[in-house]
Design a binder for this molecule. Sequence first.
Ligand SMILES: Cc1cc2nc3c(=O)[nH]c(=O)nc-3n(C[C@H](O)[C@H](O)[C@H](O)COP(=O)(O)OP(=O)(O)OC[C@H]3O[C@@H](n4cnc5c(N)ncnc54)[C@H](O)[C@@H]3O)c2cc1C
Length: 266
Amino acid sequence: MLTEELIAEPHLNVRGKLIRRQDADYEQARKVHNGMIDKYPDMIVQCVDVADVIAAVNFARENDVLVAVRSGGHSGGGFGMCDKGLVIDLSHMKGVHVDPVERTALVDAGCTLGDVDHATHAFGLALPSGIVSTTGVGGITLGGGLGHLTRHCGLSIDNMLEADVVLPDGSFVKASATQNQDLFWGLRGGGGNFGVVTSFLFRLHPVSMVVGGPMLWPMSEARTVMQWYRTFIQKAPSISMGSLRFCRCRPDRRFPSICGGKRCAE
Ligand SMILES: Cc1cc2nc3c(=O)[nH]c(=O)nc-3n(C[C@H](O)[C@H](O)[C@H](O)COP(=O)(O)OP(=O)(O)OC[C@H]3O[C@@H](n4cnc5c(N)ncnc54)[C@H](O)[C@@H]3O)c2cc1C
C-alpha cells in the first residue's frame, strides 16, 4: 500500500507528470465528467507513453496499490478515479495515425472521440463510435461503442482490429483476431478489466455528408410518435439512425436552434 514515505519518494521513473495532493494541479487532475464524483487519489500519473504505463503498473503491483485507469473520464460511476491509490491517467496520450489507403487509424488510448473525428475527417473517413466529442476512446470502445453510425457500420468493437495492452504483470502484448485471441474477445465489451490498453487499431468507413438534428414533440404525443418510430426504424435503410428521448425543457427558456425561437409549452 501507499505509505507516506512512498508517496513522498515513489521512485517512479516516468516522463509524464506525477501529481500528488499538495500539487497545484491536483484539483484539476482529479476532476472527471460527472461532477458528483469526488475522489481523492494519493497519486495521479499522467502517462505520455507506453513505458510510463508499464512503470506505473509495475509500481502499483510491487507496492500492492489500488489502481484506477482514466482515459476520457466520462464514466458515470467515476471508475476512472479512486480514493487513495494511484490513477493511471492516459488522457495525455493523444496520437492518431490515419492510413487512408488501408482505411485504418492507430489511436492512442487518451484520445477523445473529437480527436479521432478531427484526424479521420480530413480523409473523408470515420470511426463508428459515440455521439459526444469529449468521450474517451478508451472507455467507450472497451464498453462497446454505440452511436450514429452503428446501424450501418457496427459498434466500435466491431471495428477494432487490434489493441496494445499492458497486462497486470507489466508485460506488453498485442490482442487481435490472430494474437491473444481470448484477450481480444474479452476487450470487446469487457471494459477495463484485463489490462491497460495503450492504443487501438480501428477500421474506418467512408463518410461524406451527414444530415441530422433533433425533432421535438410535446409529451402528449409520445405514444403516437413511439408507435410510428417502432415501425419506421425497422424498415428504414441502415444508413439512417435515430433514438427517442424524453427530456424536460424549462417553459421559460427559448431554444432558437430547435424550436424556432418559440417558447416550449411542455
Ligand atoms: C456525455 C456522455 C455521452 C456518452 N455518449 C455515449 C455514446 O454515444 N455511446 C456510448 O456507447 N456510450 C456513451 N457514453 C458512455 C461512455 O461510453 C462510458 O461512460 C465510457 O466508459 C467512457 O469512457 P471514458 O474513457 O471517457 O471514461 P473513463 O472514466 O476514463 O473510463 C471509463 C472506464 O473504462 C476504463 N478505461 C478507460 N480507458 C481504458 C484503457 N485505455 N484501458 C483500460 N481501461 C480503460 C476505466 O478504468 C473506467 O473503468 C457517454 C457518456 C457520457 C458521460
